[in-house]
Design a protein around this ligand. Structure first.
Ligand SMILES: NC(=O)c1ccc[n+]([C@@H]2O[C@H](COP(=O)([O-])OP(=O)(O)OC[C@H]3O[C@@H](n4cnc5c(N)ncnc54)[C@H](O)[C@@H]3O)[C@@H](O)[C@H]2O)c1
Length: 256
């Protein structure tokens, strides 16, 4: 139980990877605030956390709204008395090539993925600094943050931004005992009720570039997050772990 006595916030925790991360942290001993745009679904995951014997709470939040993020932090402190771990998982994706992209499309992806990460990290880091016992921030980026693909300029830029944001925060907060790291999933099939799975063609093309020959599973991503949240990762700071079966390592390789 490496996370016993800890209190975590998982944004985007109602579905997909966030749900798997919330349950893994609870399995490892942490209490969990499940924060999501979909408050009812977040409460259902909080129930799953309670079934694992941990304290849980849920909060309906739009991570791009500073006021709502502040209220989320207050509600977490009220529920658990402290915050030790923040997982910035909430994110939106979508494809749009530059020439036809709507300004609102770009703005929403940046607001949720990048500004949301900033707002949550700032509000939680202030709480962690006030507590004076350090903490862990784990950001969810993507292989798209390091590997370009057509149609993904907004999403890929937001995820590349998260990588650099992670590294700068690691420098700024390291002295406070707060580590800041990122996990970059490759294509991961989540069974999410709110996000359709990629098309068969996309899945086949992606997996064709994965040396391990399979897509990611939510448990693969949650395990890396749990490690970075644990005391075992006490000296890991400012790093990005791509959990992608080797996809990004071999992206441009040619054999034969
Ligand atoms: N699944 C993948 O293949 C994959 C790959 C790389 C990166 N990621 C990243 O992992 C994270 C989770 O992805 P997923 O596949 O589980 O997606 P998902 O859509 O299944 O889950 C995302 C969750 O975030 C919530 N959310 C969306 N906007 C929000 C907002 N403004 N405020 C609060 N909550 C909000 C949704 O309600 C949902 O519960 C995202 O950041 C995504 O970019 C996913």
């Amino acid at each position: 139980m490496t996370l016993e006595g800890k209190a975590a916030i998982v944004t985007g925790g109602a579905h997909g990877l966030g749900r798997a991360i919330a349950l893994r942290l609870a399995h490892d001993g942490s209490d969990v605030m499940v924060a999501d745009l979909l408050g009812g679904d977040a409460e259902a995951v909080a129930d799953e956390v309670r079934a694992l014997g941990r304290r849980a709470a849920s909060f309906e939040v739009d991570v791009s709204d500073a006021g709502a993020v502040g209220a989320m932090v207050m509600a977490t402190v009220e529920a658990f008395g402290r915050i030790d771990i923040l997982v910035n998982d909430a994110g939106v994706s979508g494809e749009s090539a530059l020439l036809g992209m709507e300004e609102s499309f770009w703005d929403r992806i940046m607001a949720v993925n990048l500004k949301g990460n900033f707002l949550c990290s700032q509000a939680v880091a202030r709480q962690m600094v006030a507590q004076g016992e350090g903490g862990r921030i784990v950001n969810i980026t993507s292989t798209a943050g390091a590997n370009a693909r057509p149609g993904a300029s907004a999403y890929a830029s937001s995820k590349a931004g998260i990588i650099q944001f992670t590294k700068v925060l690691a420098l700024e907060l390291g002295g406070e005992g707060i580590t800041v790291n990122a996990v970059g999933p490759g294509m991961t099939l989540t069974g999410s009720e709110v996000k359709p799975a990629p098309s068969d063609g996309y899945q086949k093309a992606f997996v064709g570039q994965v040396p391990m020959g399979r897509p990611g599973a939510p448990a693969d991503i949650a395990a890396a997050v749990a490690f970075l949240a644990s005391t075992d990762a006490a000296y890991v700071n400012g790093q990005v772990i791509f959990v992608d079966g080797g996809y990004s390592a071999g992206k441009l390789s040619v054999s034969g």
